[in-house]
Design a protein around this ligand. Structure first.
Ligand code: CU
Length: 135
């Protein structure tokens, strides 16, 4: 009986090690992902569209179907973090790009903070992007 239990435990341990190894090889790190601005500058005004892409830095490929759960747009880069505006997601034009509509009420630098989940990855992608609004 003892021997049987021992070999079972050993088999279980072996499977565990094998699985862990496979996962480590197959899975990219969540830190390999980042959002990038498609356009660094936009025009100030109502209903402006900010377009970003989500990139896997190790492959250089864009990543579709991320779930964006946090957005914030404020003027922190120009010392006005209390000056925040509503951000509404709008459908992307191509896979891997994500678009947001916002009222950009003032010329200057705006920080877009994004939090997202990537399919098949644990953890959260968090990016802060600075977009310049021109008059
Ligand atoms: Cu401002």
């Amino acid at each position: 009986m003892k021997t049987l239990n021992y070999s079972r435990a050993l088999a279980a341990a072996f499977i565990c090690v094998a699985t862990t190894g496979a996962v480590t090889v197959a899975r990219a790190d969540i830190k390999d992902y980042e959002f990038q601005l498609v356009d660094q500058t936009i025009k100030a005004g109502p209903d402006r569209i900010i377009t970003v892409r989500l990139v896997n830095k190790t492959t250089g490929k864009v990543v579709p179907d991320a779930v964006i759960f946090a957005t914030r747009l404020d003027m922190a880069p120009d010392g006005m973090q209390e000056m925040a505006t509503k951000v509404a997601p709008v459908p992307g034009t191509e896979p891997g790009t994500y678009r947001f509509k916002a009222i950009v009420s003032m010329a200057g630098r705006w920080q877009l903070s994004l939090g997202a989940k990537v399919q098949g990855e644990t953890g959260t992608v968090e990016s802060k992007l600075v977009v310049t609004a021109e008059r």
